[in-house]
Design a protein around this ligand. Structure first.
Ligand SMILES: *Cc1c(COP(=O)(O)O)cnc(C)c1O
Length: 391
C-alpha cells in the first residue's frame, strides 16, 4: 500500500494546460498572468488590491517594511505558527514577542493579548504590528483584535497562509475589514498552490503601491514618483531598498487555474472534516473548537493525544505509512529564539498543545478509503487504554 501524506496538491489537466500555455507564450515572468491572478484573488477576497510574490515568507517581510517596521519596533504573533510569522520582524531588525494561545481554538488568545497590551502600555513598549495567524484555516477573534488595534494603535498583518477561501463575519478572509494587510501562501500543502508563491491583499492603494515596489528592487517607472524628469524609454528610479520577490507567470497561471477550484477544494475538505469528527467522536482525542464568526478553510486537521501516548501513536502512524505531522513546535522554543532570551515555560498553553499535537492527513484528493485507513490505524494505536485528552 502506498503512503498517505498529511497534505498534498491536487493538479488537474486544466492546471497543466494553463502552465503549458504560458511556456509557449512570450512571457515567463513579468507578463500578463500576474495581474490576472492578483485581480482574481483580490476579487474573491473582496479586497481592493492584490500583490503576488514568490512566497508568503517574502510577503510577510514586505508587509512589515510597508508598515515601516524597523529597529526598536516590536511585532507580536502567536507561538503556534510556522517560524516565518515571527522571522519577518527579524528581517526588519525589529523585535518579536508572542501571545499565548487559546487552548480551544489554538489561535492566539485575545484575553492574553488584552492583558499583555495593558502591561505593555504601562511599560511604554506597545507593539507596532500584530500578526494573528489563522491556524489550520480558522480566523482568530478578529473583531476583538480590530477593537484592540484601534485602542492601542498597532497595525494588523493577518497571516492567512492556511486560510484562502475561509470566511469571517460573513466575508472572505483577506477582505481587509479587520486587517491592514492579509498574507496567503500557495505552497503545495496549502489549499491552492502555485508551487511556491504568496499574495498580499489590502484596501490601501498607497500600501499596495509600496508593496509592488518592494517586491521589485524598490524600483518605479511611475512618472508621478520619479525624482528626475524621465530621460527616455529606458528610465527607472530606485527609490528605496527592495528585493526580487516576484512571482513568475508560470506560477500565476497555475494559481489562476487552481483558483477555479477553490470552492470544491474547501467543500471537499469540509466533508472530510465532518467524517473525521464523526468517526473520532468515540476516540480519546481532543479536537479543535470553532471560533465564533469564523468558517475555516480547513488547511489542517490537528488532534490532541494524551502526552504520555502521543510519541508512540505518532510513530505508529508513520510506521503504517500514514504521514501524520505536527503543527507547530512553538516558535519561542526554536534555538534561534531561545538565543534571543525566550525560555521553556514562557507560553505554557502553546507548549502543552505541542506535547499533545498531531495533524492527521487532510487534502482534497484524500479518498474516503484512505481516510478510513487513517482512523482505523489511529483507533488501533489508541486502544491500549489512553485517557481522553483534556483541553
Ligand atoms: C506556510 C506558511 C508560511 C510560509 O509560507 P511560504 O509560502 O512557504 O513562504 C507562513 N506562515 C504560515 C502560518 C504558514 O503555514
Amino acid at each position: 500500500m502506498s503512503g498517505i501524506p498529511y497534505g498534498r496538491q491536487s493538479i488537474s489537466e486544466d492546471d497543466i494546460a494553463a502552465v503549458t500555455a504560458v511556456l509557449r507564450s512570450d512571457w515567463l515572468t513579468q507578463g500578463p498572468m500576474i495581474e490576472r491572478f492578483e485581480q482574481a484573488v483580490a476579487q474573491r477576497c473582496e479586497a481592493a488590491h492584490g500583490v503576488a510574490v514568490c512566497n508568503a515568507t517574502a510577503a510577510l517581510h514586505i508587509a512589515c517594511l510597508a508598515l515601516d517596521l524597523g529597529p526598536g519596533d516590536l511585532l507580536w504573533t502567536s507561538p503556534n505558527t510556522f517560524v516565518a510569522s515571527a522571522n519577518c520582524a527579524r528581517y526588519c531588525g525589529a523585535e518579536v514577542d508572542f501571545i499565548d494561545i487559546d487552548p480551544l481554538t489554538l489561535n492566539l488568545s485575545v484575553t492574553a493579548l488584552a492583558a499583555k497590551l495593558e502591561r505593555a502600555e504601562r511599560a511604554g513598549r506597545l507593539p507596532k504590528i500584530l500578526v494573528p495567524v489563522a491556524f489550520a484555516g480558522q480566523s482568530c477573534d478578529m473583531a476583538a483584535i480590530r477593537a484592540l488595534a484601534g485602542r492601542y494603535g498597532f497595525r494588523v498583518i493577518e497571516d492567512a497562509s492556511h486560510a484562502i477561501g475561509a470566511r469571517y463575519a460573513g466575508r472572505p478572509v483577506g477582505c481587509g475589514a479587520q486587517a491592514d494587510i492579509t498574507v496567503f501562501s500557495f505552497h503545495p500543502v496549502k489549499i491552492v498552490t502555485t508551487g511556491e508563491g504568496g499574495l498580499l491583499t489590502t484596501n490601501d492603494a498607497e500600501l499596495a503601491e509600496r508593496l509592488r515596489r518592494l517586491r521589485s528592487h524598490g524600483i518605479t517607472r511611475d512618472p508621478a514618483l520619479l525624482q528626475a524628469r524621465e530621460q527616455g524609454g529606458w528610465y527607472y528610479e530606485q527609490l528605496e531598498l527592495g528585493f526580487n520577490y516576484r512571482m513568475t507567470d508560470i506560477q500565476a497561471a497555475l494559481g489562476l487555474s487552481q483558483l477555479d477550484r477553490l470552492e470544491p477544494f474547501i467543500a471537499r475538505r469540509r466533508a472530510l472534516v465532518a467524517r473525521y469528527r464523526d468517526r473520532l467522536a468515540a476516540l480519546p482525542v481532543g479536537l479543535i473548537a470553532d471560533q465564533a464568526l469564523a468558517e475555516s478553510a480547513w488547511h489542517l486537521f490537528p488532534i490532541r493525544v494524551d502526552e504520555t501516548q502521543r510519541d508512540r501513536v505518532f510513530a505508529g502512524m508513520r510506521a503504517a505509512g500514514i504521514g501524520v505531522n505536527l503543527h507547530y513546535i512553538p516558535v519561542h522554543l526554536q534555538p534561534y529564539y531561545q538565543a534571543l532570551g525566550f525560555q521553556q515555560g514562557d507560553f505554557p498553553e502553546a507548549e502543552r498543545y505541542y506535547a499533545q499535537a498531531m495533524s492527521l492527513p487532510l487534502y482534497a484528493d484524500l479518498s474516503e478509503e484512505q481516510q478510513d485507513r487513517v482512523v482505523k490505524r489511529l483507533a488501533g494505536l489508541l486502544d491500549s487504554g489512553v485517557a481522553r485528552c483534556g483541553w
